[in-house]
Design a protein around this ligand. Structure first.
Ligand code: UD1
Length: 378
């Protein structure tokens, strides 16, 4: 009887929601979307964009670069405080879920959209899959850490990228049968578009030389929302910028804070000297800049992983990382916001003493395949 039921369940075409809201989510749903499409009689998949990020450069360009269709449902929530943004997403997402009755809701990463949609799925008793589960910085000052812990506690399928994530989940009492070590979907996307990106020479359009520049991203609240911290970091960049130009595709949050604190003087007006700002870039152009940079300075999560796979030195401007495998095995060094440490480590790289790394297990471009295989078999 049980076996027949399982067979019938397997035969039924299942409706899968893929939820994305903010810039780092789009490259994580893209390989899943493509893989699910290979099984048209088993799955019908739908993309739900919460609208947490909405500027062309933060959203639409990624859909274009990644070959994703227009979202099937766009919730248009926009920016607000954490509570308001999360609540708005929940209210709008609940309505879509009640109308559409999906069989599985898939959330990715650790942004507010991940949290909000996980809560809705769990309350409506729709099976929830969290892709990139188990990462922990053990720092509850980061809103993303809270989002991760909640999404994982509520999930039925926890798809992980590394062994330390598996351990974290087991320690939190998640049953082993819910944990699936599948690899890294963001790396699936990187590897599928690397060749196209390398053909583009974006650095040339900014007057840079191959391996003759550093690439910077900075947007986290802990780095840009307090003037003193932001100024200290910029002072460090100014010193590094005397030796190598630093290109800074700037996140809207950082733009806002630079205006508020009147920090424009730190930036060069020349396109290829000191620290120079450019608008946020699409996926392919940013990947090109990463591939051909001397090193990367960042407070992002995903870039720590991407630089590890590309074997590009990465200095992470944070106190900790939820991705320790990139430090243990990869090219990442966590330098915090301490200007002396930032300058010291950058100087080592400029002098040719960079850290070498290797690619962590299962970061070889087949994570989405493994995830879909799990879904097919359960
Ligand atoms: C969010 C994620 C963070 C992720 C980052 C990637 C949370 C809690 N944080 O942070 O984990 O690393 O995305 O980019 O979910 N803004 C625009 N245009 C946009 C989007 C935002 O101008 O398209 C501005 C708004 O002024 C907004 C600010 O940027 O207030 C911050 O946006 P928000 O989505 O709240 O957080 P991020 O800093 O982007």
């Amino acid at each position: 009887m049980k076996r027949t039921l399982k067979k019938i369940q397997k035969m039924k075409k299942r409706k899968i929601f893929l939820v994305a809201g903010a810039r780092p989510n789009f490259m994580k749903i893209a390989p899943l979307w493509r893989e699910l499409k290979k099984f048209p009689s088993q799955f019908s998949s739908y993309i739900i964009h919460t609208g947490q990020h909405y500027d062309y450069e933060m959203s639409r360009i990624f859909f274009k670069n990644l070959g994703l269709p227009r979202p099937h449902f766009y919730l248009g929530v926009g920016s607000a405080s954490h509570a308001k943004q999360t609540a708005k997403i929940m209210v709008k997402f609940e309505k879509v879920v009640c109308d559409q009755m999906p069989d599985i809701i898939t959330v990715v990463g650790d942004v507010n959209s991940t949290l909000a949609c996980s809560l809705v799925a769990a309350k409506l008793r729709v099976p929830l899959a969290h892709v990139e589960a188990g990462l922990r910085s053990f720092d509850r000052e980061m809103p993303e850490e809270i989002n991760r812990v909640v999404a994982d506690a509520l999930s039925d399928y926890l798809f992980t990228t590394c062994e330390d994530a598996n351990r974290n989940l087991r320690r939190e009492g998640i049953p082993q049968e819910k944990i699936f070590f599948v690899g890294n979907v963001m790396i699936d996307t990187l590897l599928s578009l690397k060749r196209e990106a390398q053909g583009r020479n974006t650095w040339k359009t900014f007057g840079l030389r191959k391996k003759g520049y550093a690439l910077l991203t900075l947007h986290r609240s802990e780095n840009v929302d307090k003037k003193e911290v932001f100024v200290n970091i910029l002072e460090a960049f100014r010193k590094i910028g005397n030796h190598i130009p630093i290109i800074f595709p700037i996140h809207p949050r950082a733009t806002k804070q630079i205006r508020k604190f009147k920090l424009g003087k730190y930036f060069s007006s020349q396109p290829n000297s000191g620290i120079f700002r450019v608008k946020p870039l699409g996926y392919i152009d940013f990947l090109n800049l990463m591939c051909d940079s001397k090193f990367v300075l960042t407070d992002s999560g995903g870039i720590q992983e991407e630089t590890t796979v590309l074997n590009i030195p990465c200095l992470t401007l944070r106190k900790n990382t939820e991705r320790p495998v990139t430090v243990k095995e990869g090219t990442n060094i966590v330098v915090g916001a301490d200007p002396r440490r930032i300058v010291r480590e950058a100087t080592r790289i400029i002098n040719g003493k960079e850290k070498k790394g290797k690619t962590p297990p299962l970061w070889e471009g087949k994570a989405a395949q493994r995830i879909v295989k799990v879904l097919l078999n359960t």
